[in-house]
Design a protein around this ligand. Structure first.
Ligand code: URA
Length: 204
């Protein structure tokens, strides 16, 4: 069990996170997957939980879903290394990529709350239904939630489709989930630029 991402916060905080074992996932994980990106960013991206690649490498969103997420952030004019700080509501991989249980979500909750408090982002992008349910307590279908700003706890929250869903629905036609997600991310980029519209380059 090792935390390989040392970009987050002070060593004492990382040490506590690294040794956290008050949850069944501690016995099957390879790494505690803490974060990647810029801790000073004004935008935070929060996903569900690490998958196999993330567990192996100790960094969030580095597998196929993560590569697509980065590509879509870039299309929306956001630099994945400089403009966002990336984490998950659960820091250890659930076996076989199952959804994290309510107990696991509760056990991990203090870590994501702490990360949000320390990064203090203006905008939080919530990636997929599990992150939305955990962070803003909404169980509505993603179809209705995505792309709609949520004002909560003096922050703006933007739900988007999970990239694993986009990988299963890869069409880049206008109106399809991939292009809707780029539009959702462009809303974030435009908000950051205080009203300056992002370029509307066609999807490659
Ligand atoms: N899916 C997630 O929700 N988070 C990751 O880090 C990787 C895949």
């Amino acid at each position: 069990m090792t935390v390989t991402d040392s970009s987050t916060f002070d060593p004492a905080w990382l040490e506590r996170c690294r040794h956290y074992s008050n949850c069944g996932l501690a016995s099957t994980r390879q790494h505690v997957v803490v974060s990647r990106g810029n801790p000073q960013a004004r935008v935070m991206v929060i996903g569900e939980a690490p998958g196999a690649s993330e567990d192996e490498q100790g960094r969030p969103f580095v597998g196929r879903s993560g590569q697509l997420l980065d590509q879509l952030l870039q299309l929306a004019g956001l630099d994945p290394a400089a403009d966002v700080f990336v984490s998950n509501v659960v820091k250890c991989r659930p076996p076989n990529n199952r959804k994290p249980s309510a107990v696991e979500l509760r056990a991990c909750r203090p870590w994501i709350d702490d990360q949000i408090a320390r990064v203090d982002p203006a905008v939080v992008i919530l990636v997929g239904a599990t992150a939305v349910a955990a962070m803003v307590n909404s169980k509505q279908p993603m179809r209705g939630l995505r792309g709609q700003w949520i004002h909560r706890n003096e922050r703006l929250w933007m739900p988007i489709f999970h990239p694993s869903y986009l990988l299963r629905n890869p069409s880049r036609e206008p109106g399809k989930p991939v292009s809707l997600t780029v539009a959702d991310l462009r809303q974030v980029q435009e908000w950051l630029c205080q009203g300056e519209p992002a370029s509307s380059a066609p999807l490659p």
